[in-house]
Write a protein that binds this ligand. Structure first.
Ligand code: EPU
Length: 421
């Protein structure tokens, strides 16, 4: 097992490039199951969730390779429509194979994902969407068994906007007979990229990037190649690394508008932000951080996947701020660990009330999930002395060698083997 050892308090400087978006890749890879050809996805981040998806697709019979950021998936010999527990329990996004398998093969057996570190993460909306499209769904021995001779276009209104359920509904509806209207659809950039990719395969989709998507089903889809968009959460995390250490740094990132909500909050907090030519530069060298409240919401609002990192930044602000998560009410496992570094935070219902402190002191802390671990790394960069972040396998699920990027910016962070758990 690995841990990070961080000697905090170093100013950062320079420029790093942002990797491809994990959550886009995790939707695009199963989408290839809708065709029987060879698909190439470039700019894939080398993170464990992508390796897990590769293993799952290989289990289904796909021929996958993943080298230097290029994922190649050949679906000419799919032999199984069964996503077993051993894969799904590792990563909830495995449920993305449900829609495409059902649409193309008329059958899918997918393990129920089970619990999550920060509370319930149901998949009822995915199942309701499949039922609307005409699938027969049964729950058997911890598995979803979905069957349908031919899916039929339908009207699907999501009670709650869901990235995953919209993705699954899109992937199922593209091969359904007739027209599907999805209302209250997710507008996240990863869903827009998924829709664009399906269009490249030959799907007919209108309204991507809005909450109303219309899909006219087609008979079959072709293989397609695409470049995965940059990771907006990694971009936001690195910008906060600069802000929390009172540094000036830049990121190379080609979809600046995807992080508008984060940039705007940074500006509110007193951080100078300069945008141009696929480059975002932040300068917080001379600024006192102002306490800024944040409420997470669906895109284009402030992402829940940046909530823990914003909490870390606000620990060192000049006053009290409140960070509310409206997407995941229990996503505050990072708070007790941040308190070990000297933060003053109280969780009240789905809000963290953060009273800014003058400084943090390094300590040993433990990651509990992907974004929680990112917040601990950020805190460690700002804390005086040494911080050890244990269980960074959580971080490795979604950040491509974050220590290399931070080291390139001048941070003192090392990955060290450990027996500590
Ligand atoms: N929800 C339901 N029923 C469902 C599905 C979702 O009630 O069937 C609720 C959830 O409980 C939540 C809300 O809907 O309150 C939104 O959840 P959503 O379905 O949008 O989340 P997801 O698709 O499971 C993706 C990302 C998450 C990210 C969320 C929200 C992927 C692979 N995962 O999850 O990313 O937090 O959207 O933006 O795209 C991460 O990268 O760290 C991560 C957790």
């Amino acid at each position: 097992m690995d841990k990070f050892v961080i000697n905090g308090g170093k100013k950062l400087s320079g420029k790093v490039s942002i990797s491809g978006a994990k959550n886009s890749a995790l939707a695009l890879m199963p989408a290839t199951l809708l065709n029987s050809g060879k698909n190439i996805l470039t700019n894939a981040p080398e993170v464990n969730d992508i390796f897990t998806m590769t293993k799952l697709l290989t289990h289904l019979g796909a021929q996958c390779s993943f080298e230097n950021g290029t994922v190649s998936i050949d679906n000419s010999n799919i032999i199984s429509q069964d996503a077993p527990y051993e894969h799904v329990k590792k990563m909830r996004a495995s449920v993305y194979v449900l829609g495409p398998l059902l649409a193309k093969y008329g059958y899918a057996k997918v393990s129920l994902p089970g619990g999550c570190a920060w509370g319930p993460r149901p998949i009822n909306l995915h199942l309701e969407a499949m039922k609307k499209l005409g699938a027969e769904i049964q729950l058997e021995d911890g598995y979803i068994v979905a069957k349908s001779k031919k899916l039929k276009g339908a009207r699907i209104n999501f009670d709650v906007s869901s990235v995953g359920a919209t993705g699954n509904a899109l992937m199922a509806a593209v091969l359904a007979e007739g027209t599907t209207h999805i209302t209250n659809a997710a507008m996240e950039p990863e869903i827009t990229q998924l829709g664009d990719y399906l269009i490249q395969m030959g799907a007919q989709i209108q309204g991507l990037g809005t909450s109303e998507i219309t899909i006219h089903g087609v008979e079959e889809l072709n293989s397609a190649d695409t470049k995965i968009i940059g990771d907006r959460i990694e971009a936001g995390t690195i910008l906060i690394a600069g802000a929390i250490t009172h540094s000036q740094i830049s990121i190379e990132y080609d979809n600046v508008h995807h992080i508008s909500s984060i940039i705007s909050k940074l500006e509110d907090a007193g951080v100078k932000v300069l945008e141009g030519n696929n480059l975002v530069t932040i300068d917080s060298t001379n600024s006192d951080l102002k306490p800024i409240d944040v409420t997470t919401s669906i895109y284009p609002g402030f992402p829940t996947d940046m909530q823990a990192q914003w909490t870390a930044l606000m620990m060192l602000a000049n006053g009290t701020s409140t960070i509310t998560d409206t997407i995941y009410f229990d996503r505050f496992k990072h708070v007790p660990e941040l308190i070990r570094l000297g933060a003053d935070i109280e969780v009240i219902k789905n809000s963290a009330v953060v009273r800014g402190v003058k400084s943090l002191k390094g300590a040993k802390v433990m990651s509990t999930d992907l974004r929680a671990s990112a917040s601990l790394v950020l805190a460690g960069l700002a804390a005086e002395g040494t911080t050890e972040v244990l269980r960074i396998y959580h971080l490795d699920r979604g950040y491509q060698k974050i220590e290399d990027k931070l080291t390139a910016l001048g941070a003192d962070i090392q990955r060290v083997k450990t027996d500590e758990f």
